[in-house]
Design a protein around this ligand. Structure first.
Ligand code: GDP
Length: 422
């Protein structure tokens, strides 16, 4: 069976933890979109890890971890990350890279930085991992596919074409040093040497025929999807489970379960409308207590923007994913609050709606908040739903009825075993 693990919100919902947990019973874990621009933090028997590009199944000996064709593959980052987990005692994971994945080049990262510099205060808050320039090139059909590394004639012709095009922008738009076809060719040869032993083509196709258990691991969440999110403050590849079929290269009907990870409060990174956002001391307190050791970016270390749980955004987030199960995470963090505000509607031009709007209307939305009583205790360590405090269960059940999708897993700590099944 194929299951997708995806985010309902702005990312950082705890997909890494849920994937690591579910990987115990999976054979194959695939990243299907995005690149090294966001991170998953995972706490397990080996310690605490921040993964940026590796699938979250790498901590088990029995799994095969695939970088799917939809991923922005940063080869040096991939190998650095493998080394970093091996250095900390994790057995060398089994990794495969799709022959159709495309490669993040050093100039993609440079272009990302140059564009942020050019935009100045109007920048998108990019992590400068080259993701937007990478996907632009992919769709402009001048990206380098892993398979092309093995066709020397093609490469030699293509590096000339690409350098010529990039140099127009470098010279006239950014006023930065030009790139040479020779340097590009050399960079690609280095990548070829590194990636050659890992390249695969038909592995997944055969695995599905054999009935293997497969997890598709998403990055970020619905609200960062380029079509269905808060455009233009979105990422450059689709964050939806539906894209899992494309970014992994499997038929859509193979995805039988969509596990949408939804955090018990909100956080976001980068610019863009964030209706239930809170500020000042209230936000600092939640940020400090949030996640595992505070809400700070796993890739950038940037403090995350904080907010109350947003039923409007999460209902939409779950709907667009095609949710079969909600994994409701980081609930333990809210145990300090006397009352917990929840955003139950958006007021836009004097009218209240529970339907998530397009961005120009979203910018005008004001949160309609409802306060639920807190439970004022530590719920970590609890393993049975009935043993949760009554107000905590009421919070879960209220959220469930507002979003309209079944919460079948409640995560009450960062560790693999901190989970309550309902
Ligand atoms: P991802 O990108 O969706 O995997 O999310 P991140 O890893 O960026 O952020 C989630 C953070 O919350 C990580 O630091 C996790 O270790 C942590 N986390 C996940 N689930 C829980 C939970 O139930 N409780 C607590 N306290 N932390 C959690």
């Amino acid at each position: 069976m194929v299951k997708a693990v995806v985010g309902a919100n702005w990312g950082d919902e705890g997909k890494g933890k849920i994937t690591d947990m579910l990987a115990e019973k999976a054979d194959i874990i695939i990243r299907f979109q995005g690149g090294a621009n966001a991170g998953h933090t995972i706490v397990n028997d080996y310690g605490k890890f921040a993964l940026h590009t590796l699938p979250s199944g790498v901590f088990y000996g029995h799994t095969t971890n695939i970088i799917g064709n939809g991923v922005a593959l940063d080869i040096p980052v991939l190998f650095k990350e493998i080394q970093s987990i091996v250095d900390r005692g994790v057995p060398a994971p089994k990794i495969l890279v799709s022959d159709r994945a495309q490669i993040v080049m050093s100039y993609h990262k440079n272009f990302d930085a140059y564009e942020e510099e050019r935009l100045g205060g109007k920048s998108f808050g990019s992590t400068k991992s080259g993701i937007a320039p990478f996907y632009s090139d992919k769709y402009a059909k001048i990206g380098f596919q892993v398979s092309e590394l093995f066709d020397d004639e093609l490469l030699k012709e293509k590096v000339v074409r690409v350098a010529e095009q990039k140099n127009v922008l470098l010279e006239h738009l950014y006023h930065k040093p030009a790139i040479s076809p020779e340097d590009l060719y050399k960079e690609l040869q280095e990548y070829k040497e590194m990636v050659a032993p890992y390249v695969c083509a038909l592995f997944l196709h055969n695995a599905l025929k054999e009935g293997k258990e497969v997890l598709l691991e998403g990055q970020l969440g619905t609200l960062k999807d380029p079509d269905h999110g808060i455009y233009p403050m979105v990422t450059s590849s689709s964050t939806l489970a539906a894209y899992g079929a494309i970014g992994a290269g499997i038929p859509p009907y193979e995805i039988q379960k969509v596990i949408t990870v939804c955090k018990a409060y909100s956080s976001a990174v980068g610019a863009g409308a964030f209706v239930s956002e809170i500020f000042g001391e209230e936000a600092d307190e939640l940020r400090k207590r949030g996640g595992d050791g505070g809400e700070f970016g796993a890739t950038t270390g940037r403090p995350r923007r904080m907010g109350w749980f947003d039923c409007v955004a999460s209902k939409y987030g779950c709907r667009m994913q095609g949710t079969t199960d909600v994994a409701f995470t980081v609930l333990d963090v809210l145990g300090y609050l006397d009352e917990i505000p929840v955003c139950v509607g958006y007021e836009i031009d004097g009218e209240v709606t529970t339907d998530f709007p397009t961005t120009h209307l979203l910018e005008k939305a004001k949160p309609v908040l409802k306060k639920l009583p807190g439970w004022k205790c530590d719920i970590r360590g609890i393993r049975k739903y009935e043993e949760l405090p009554e107000n905590c269960r009421k919070y879960i059940e209220f959220v469930e009825s507002e979003i309209g999708y079944p919460i079948t897993m409640v995560s009450n700590g960062p560790g693999r075993n901190d989970i309550i099944y309902r």
